[in-house]
Design a protein around this ligand. Structure first.
Ligand code: NAG
Ligand code: NAG
Ligand code: NAG
Ligand code: NAG
Ligand code: NAG
Ligand code: NAG
Ligand code: NAG
Ligand code: NAG
Ligand code: NAG
Ligand code: NAG
Ligand code: NAG
Ligand code: NAG
Length: 522
């Protein structure tokens, strides 16, 4: 056990940079296999998890003599990684495994209330009317003693212990740990009560979501089928055009206005969300969160861990001002927050976003995405889904350069969905944070019209751009794009050096959140 714990610590040290790691060669697509279904849209069914294979066994040999910045962060690699990554990812723990590891009896668990994570979603307009996505997870929160929680939280905190943290950080660490140790409820029915919404939650900064309250639309919806083994649900269901005191739902082709609906999960008060009816045409911003809307420093392992698990979420510079301004000045701008952070911590991300940024819909990583290839292609899956939902809308894409999947998938959207990507904005974290030693690869942008994307360093660089009319570039910001790997530390630029760094990162990429939880309950 102690050895294992140590290994886990090492794995955890790798965790934050997972997101920064380059993706390996394209793997078979894990995307939806659309089952025929008498609904407007087939319900999303994530493909079965495939056997995970180590993508690049040979990369492990390049780990020998790992000098430099990575080793200082991660120490030595655990034996079982060095001998080939085991099949962590296909045995993702189910709720029962978490339950067993915590020694909680069925009776105890049965006595705890069922909760629903209801992720604020979007609806599209179809021949049959509005088609609303329902997406989330059903789970129970076991009653874990504080001492046990502290013990579990300590596993997340490399180089420190919960005892050594100031009280607010202690409670944040306990909160996150508790969120990860939930027992998901598979095979349950889920239903919702829908009502017009006057606002979204507290409506954050007061800029709110620039949406309107529909006159009607109150109804009860029962999802088709039951939750997956992991407790997830994700499907589109048509809404009826029910009249209310203020009239009806507005059709999605006669208006550009967003309409807000409250979606309450039946039987619990934990599953409240505000979803959006988003018209056929208009402008949507798809925004990542870590290191663009909040300070995470995912590329600095120890710091990234503390920022992710203990410290209160902090906005990055004056980004809230930029978003508030866009929300006010761009008519009917739809905000969609898309992060590959695991579903279990969605509540914390939502809580921060809705207090700090304009209201909007949300996407996080569903639990099914736990094998290697799927973990690395989740962003593409989520992006493709929203683009397919709105074939006539235009999109603004926002993130930072420390995500290798972003560097491929954002320009990829411009190629896959011609004419739909209006602007791509990327914060260059390497240029402004000497702590970011990871290279980033701009080759995905080769061939794209350079008036449609901009790399920037501070939020002010985005000020005054007329996005609606396609002004994506602030000409005062020097771009420095080489269409290759750039931003290597210590002035390294040789191909071999780049190759070595990439190899190291690729190993890191194999070790994700799913491993983390899996390893913890072993
Ligand atoms: C709006 O959509 C509905 C349903 O698809 C269709 O019947 C109607 O003709 C459309 N109206 C316009 C103005 O396109
Ligand atoms: C959780 O367990 C503690 C004892 O470990 C008990 O005092 C407390 O009442 C329990 N809480 C709930 C909500 O069951
Ligand atoms: C779930 O719904 C199905 C019908 O879709 C029904 O047969 C079953 O009894 C329901 N289960 C529960 C526990 O309500
Ligand atoms: C939805 O169901 C609840 C009971 O679960 C009921 O109180 C409410 O009136 C129903 N709403 C509609 C619009 O049918
Ligand atoms: C709902 O019905 C009303 C009255 O027939 C109509 O004016 C409105 O366009 C309809 N809205 C939708 C979303 O179908
Ligand atoms: C909502 O849940 C209650 C019990 O909590 C149940 O009686 C009711 O039928 C449910 N409503 C729907 C629409 O499933
Ligand atoms: C969810 O909404 C219901 C109905 O408005 C409310 O009673 C409940 O307090 C809300 N739950 C939370 C956690 O805000
Ligand atoms: C953790 O905090 C979030 C808000 O940041 C809250 O929504 C959630 O209920 C908390 N979870 C637990 C298990 O206390
Ligand atoms: C609505 O969204 C669904 C789900 O993404 C998609 O399959 C469908 O084509 C969309 N419908 C229209 C009319 O865009
Ligand atoms: C965009 O590309 C054109 C040539 O196609 C070049 O002249 C111009 O300098 C480029 N702009 C930027 C900002 O790199
Ligand atoms: C481009 O390079 C210059 C000089 O190193 C630097 O000041 C600037 O911030 C870089 N621009 C971006 C967008 O990274
Ligand atoms: C461009 O960037 C500079 C420097 O951050 C900023 O002062 C300016 O407002 C930005 N916008 C435009 C349109 O120049």
């Amino acid at each position: 056990m102690p050895k294992l714990l140590r290994s886990v610590r090492i794995l955890l040290a790798l965790l934050p940079i997972t997101f920064a790691a380059p993706a390996p060669a394209p793997a078979p697509s894990p995307i939806v296999s659309a089952a025929p279904h008498p609904m407007i849209t087939p319900r999303a069914s994530l493909a079965d998890r495939t056997t995970s294979k180590l993508e690049d066994r040979d990369i492990l040999s390049s780990l020998e003599g790992l000098g430099g910045f990575l080793t200082s962060a991660i120490g030595s690699f655990p034996d079982y990684v060095a001998s080939g990554v085991p099949n962590f990812f296909q045995d993702f723990p189910t709720g029962t495994a978490v339950q067993k590891s915590l020694g909680i009896s069925d009776n105890e668990l049965a006595a705890t209330p069922t909760q629903v994570l209801n992720i604020p979603a979007y609806a599209n307009w179809t021949d049959q009317g509005w088609n609303l996505r329902f997406r989330g997870n059903v789970y129970k929160q076991p009653n874990i003693s504080e001492s046990k929680l502290d013990q579990l939280a300590d596993i997340f905190l490399v180089g420190t212990s919960i005892k050594d943290l100031p009280p607010p950080q202690q409670s944040q660490a306990r909160n996150l740990t508790a969120e990860i140790f939930v027992v998901q409820q598979g095979n349950v029915n889920v239903s919702f009560n829908i009502e017009p919404a006057a606002k979204q939650g507290s409506d954050g900064t007061g800029t709110g979501s620039n949406a309107v309250t529909p006159g009607g639309g109150s109804q009860n919806i029962t999802l088709v089928g039951q939750t997956t083994v992991e407790g997830d649900f994700d499907q589109f269901v048509p809404l009826a055009n029910i009249s209310g005191p203020g009239g009806y739902l507005l059709p999605g082709n006669g208006t550009q206005k967003l309409q807000r609906l409250n979606v309450y999960a039946n039987g619990t008060d934990t599953g409240n969300a505000t979803s959006f009816l988003v018209p056929e045409e208009g402008l949507t911003i798809i925004s990542d969160i870590d290191d663009i809307l909040r300070v995470t420093r995912i590329y600095q392992p120890a710091d990234g861990l503390l920022n992710s698990f203990a410290k209160a979420f902090t906005p990055w510079m004056n980004m809230p001002e930029i978003y508030a301004n866009w929300s006010q000045s761009i008519p009917d701008f739809h905000f969609h927050y898309l992060t590959t952070t695991p579903e279990q911590v969605t509540r914390n991300y939502m809580d921060f976003i809705y207090k700090t940024y304009p209201g909007g819909s949300f996407d996080t990583r569903p639990l099914n995405f736990s094998d290697v290839s799927a973990t690395l292609s989740i962003r593409k899956f989520l992006l493709t889904k929203i683009f397919q939902t709105y074939p006539k809308r235009k999109f603004v894409l926002m993130a930072d350069t420390s995500n290798s999947d972003v560097m491929k998938d954002y320009p990829g959207m411009a190629t896959d969905f011609p004419g739909q990507v209006k602007c791509i904005f990327l914060r260059n974290t390497s240029a402004t944070d000497s702590g970011d030693k990871f290279p980033y690869n701009t080759s995905g942008f080769k061939g794209l019209d350079n008036s449609t994307y901009m790399f920037f360093t501070v939020p002010d660089d985005l000020k005054g751009l007329d996005i609606v009319n396609g002004q994506c570039v602030n000409t005062t910001i020097k771009q420095n794009i080489t269409f290759s790997e750039q931003g290597l530390p210590f002035g390294l630029s040789k191909k071999s050096a780049a190759g070595r760094v990439r190899s190291k990162l690729r190993v890191v990429a194999l070790v994700g959140w799913s491993t983390l939880v899996y390893a913890m309950i072993l």
